[in-house]
Each structure stands twice: as structure tokens, then as C-alpha cells.
Design a protein around this ligand. Sequence first.
Ligand SMILES: NC(=O)c1ccc[n+]([C@@H]2O[C@H](COP(=O)([O-])OP(=O)(O)OC[C@H]3O[C@@H](n4cnc5c(N)ncnc54)[C@H](OP(=O)(O)O)[C@@H]3O)[C@@H](O)[C@H]2O)c1
Length: 360
Amino acid sequence: MKIAILGYGTVGKRLDELLCSHPTGIEVKKILRRPGKAEGPRMTESLEEILKDPEITAVAEVLSGVEPAAEYIRRALSAGKHVVSANKAALASDLPGLISLAEASGVSLLFEASCGGGIPWLESIKKARLFDEISSLKGILNGTGNYILDAMERQGLDFSQVLERAQALGYAEADPSADIDGFDVYNKTLISCSLAYGGVVTKGFPVLGIRKVTKELLEGLRAEGKSLRLMMLSRREGDRYAMGVAPLILPADSIEANVQENYNCASFTGDVVGELKFYGQGAGGYPTADAMIGDLIQLREGTARPVELTRTLVYDESLLQGTGYFADGLRKEGTLSQLAAYAKEKDIFMAFSYREEAHA
Ligand SMILES: NC(=O)c1ccc[n+]([C@@H]2O[C@H](COP(=O)([O-])OP(=O)(O)OC[C@H]3O[C@@H](n4cnc5c(N)ncnc54)[C@H](OP(=O)(O)O)[C@@H]3O)[C@@H](O)[C@H]2O)c1
């Protein structure tokens, strides 16, 4: 199978390296670079050249940001090429539209690497959905956020000190907003819940980050035997569902509270299989490229499972209820949506303690 890679950054380079050095039966025929950056016969500045090449049957999209990546995915699918993407921002911008376009074009759109890097997270959701109904998801899906909270808790450091260290280690980008304001987890939550519930989910759900978390708040939680992690949270009952991203208060002895450094840990609950938990490196060039190669091998073998978003779902914020712990000491009961709106209005940090038994 011959493919093209769109983008030659951290993941694109590792993907090319692994495919060139391992006997996968997958050959990288072309690599799309920005104008002025193409070097050697395999590199090109022209997407058109790739799309018109009948030997190239799939493209691996590893560009950064929503555009032009989403447009390139659309053009590749419309040209009858399978697409494998790691780009959660582009995918989350129009997941139902992209999935429909792939179906209409008779090709596959696979995106295992977009959530949880090398962890077989979406693949496990798809497998569970063959028989089970998934009723909840939760997880640490951002390594940078976890690194920061873990270091603040265990070493008693300030947010800004840890962020600087995370940037120096390459865990956090120069502009860390997508990670610390929760939008990276937002995209992963949208993608994960769409697959888990088999329907189109809303883009309007609460998102809280950790930019304003304080050492004092973490010390207060610790004194109560609690810990904090930036997490995705979602629950479904029948056709009703709710989801959100928030710093979650957890018992200090829970598995998630003990996820250290930049690791990820995500779980879902199936009605028959029960709760399943997945742990590992959720990012990085090699783990992410590894997940993309898994998708490419499925394409080569013709074993990719199609994704269907056919269930009609209704957003019901009352499914996620609990207590908001605000930075000024206030504690307030409510739905995550209500409490997040209050925190945004007051421009104040909030941590959420989820009451799992709360019913609508
Ligand atoms: N890194 C990870 O651990 C990880 C994990 C999971 C998912 N992802 C996702 O994978 C994607 C790639 O991540 P990355 O870390 O490899 O990012 P990156 O290092 O910033 O690489 C992105 C590449 O895309 C190129 N690019 C951007 N716009 C382009 C255009 N219009 N035409 C041609 N090339 C273009 C960039 O070129 P220039 O170098 O010229 O700017 C760069 O080479 C992202 O969507 C990211 O969210 C990354």
C-alpha cells in the first residue's frame, strides 16, 4: 500500500521513520510540506499532486490546527483516498460531516491517534460497542495538564514554576492554552463520546481548565484526603447524555489520582463488560505514530471498522451533578454546566466533585 503523509513535524517524522524502517508493506510515496520546505523527490508542496496519484490509496494527516487540515481531509476523502488522522482539533471541528463524507466516498476515516496517543482507547470503545452499551466515560487525556497537577501536588510547587518546567521538558508547548484551558481534552471528549454513544454530540458543553489552580487549594484538598486531576467526564442514560471537562476532585487513593507525570488514564463502562481502564503514554511522536500505523495496517488488511453516528441523542446537563469547590472557599451544589457558568462569570478557579449516584 502506498500512502502520503501530510505534515512533517513531531509525529509526521516519526511516522515516516517507522514506516521506512519496519516491514509493514506500507510505503510513504509522498510527504506534503509547506511552500519552500519540500526537499528531495518524496516531498511536495502540492496536495493536488498527491490526490491525483492513483497509486496513493491513503493519506496520513498530521498537520497542526483546524485549517487547512480539515479542508485537506475533505479533499482527500472526496478524491477517494482513505484518511488516517491524529489531528483532534480538525476532526472535532466537524466529526459527523467528515464521517458522512468518508461513507459517501466509499473510503475509511480512522483516527485512533487523536485521543490518548498510543493507548488503544477509541479502538476499545469501537470493539465494546459491537455488543455493549456504553453508559459513562471519564479520563485523564492530557499529559501536560496531568504533569502540572501531579508536580504541584507532590512537590508543593506553584503553577507557573511547573508550567515553565513542563515547557523546558517539551511536555508543554510555548502557547500552552489548549492544554491548560481544557480545549485539548474538549476535542478528545467530543470524539470519544461520539464513538461511545454512536450519535452526534453537541459542541456546547462545559469546559474548565487549570490555569488558575493554586497550591493552597491543592493543599486544602490533600488535607481532606483528596486529589485533583484535569479530566473528561460523561454519562449517558438511554438517549440522554451529558459531558464536560473539569478539574475533578478524586479520593487520593483512586487510580486516577495516582497517575503521575505526563501519563494518561481513561475508562469507560459497558453494560455487560463493566468498567475498563486504559493507561499509558497519551502523546509523543512514537506512541502517536504507532497508533496511526495500527490504523494504516487495518486499511491494508481491509479490517477497519466503520464508525456510525446514527443514534439521536439529547443533551441533559442534570446527568452530571456535584459540588463546585471555588478558589475563594465557596462550595456550591449544582450541575457541572451551572457551576462552570458561575466560575466563568466570576472568573474564578473551580474544581468539581462529581456525585456519581445523582440521577435526573
Ligand atoms: N505530538 C503529539 O504527541 C501528538 C499526539 C497526538 C496527536 N497529535 C496531533 O498530531 C498533529 C501533528 O502533531 P505534531 O506534534 O507533529 O505537530 P507539529 O510538530 O507542529 O507538526 C505539524 C506539521 O504540520 C506542518 N504544517 C502545518 N500546516 C501546513 C500546511 N498548510 N502545509 C504543509 N505542512 C503544514 C508543519 O509545518 P512547519 O514545520 O513548516 O510549521 C509541521 O511540520 C496535530 O494535529 C496534533 O494535535 C500530536
